[in-house]
Design a protein around this ligand. Structure first.
Ligand code: MN
Length: 128
């Protein structure tokens, strides 16, 4: 468990997006260039974001610490470990977050806007 030392730092409690998450997350802004933003996002054990879609752009996740999940609508969840890379095209419904027992950090590289949808319900998540 890498609770306090994610590769690029943990950042601050992610209060601005808390309404779209279950559990606590932390956000560390790293850089931006043109319309592309690069942030490190750390999820506490059990934390995950709601189902969502990135529009008019993309999102790439680079896993730096811990263990987590990524799932696209209609597909099986994928377990993610340090070194995993996920590339998410515009318009693809998905969610990402920690496993129940591990902190999880990914760098998120993205452009565009996000549409937030329903939460990942506990009954489903707890069976992962
Ligand atoms: Mn996403």
């Amino acid at each position: 468990m890498i609770e306090n030392k994610p590769l690029f730092g943990k950042g601050n409690l992610n209060v601005d997006y808390a309404q779209y998450f279950i559990g606590n997350s932390y956000l560390k802004f790293l850089t931006s260039q043109a319309d592309v933003a690069v942030n490190s996002v750390t999820f506490e054990p059990g934390a995950r974001n709601d189902w969502h879609v990135h529009n008019d752009g993309f999102q790439i996740l680079l896993v730096t610490d811990g263990e987590g999940w990524y799932q696209e609508a209609g597909k099986a969840p994928q377990e993610l470990k340090k070194g995993a890379v996920v590339s998410i095209a515009s318009g693809v419904k998905h969610w990402h977050g920690a496993t129940r027992d591990s902190w999880f950090t990914h760098v998120a590289i993205g452009r565009g806007t996000t549409t937030w949808l329903e939460s990942v319900n506990d009954a489903f998540y707890n069976e992962l």
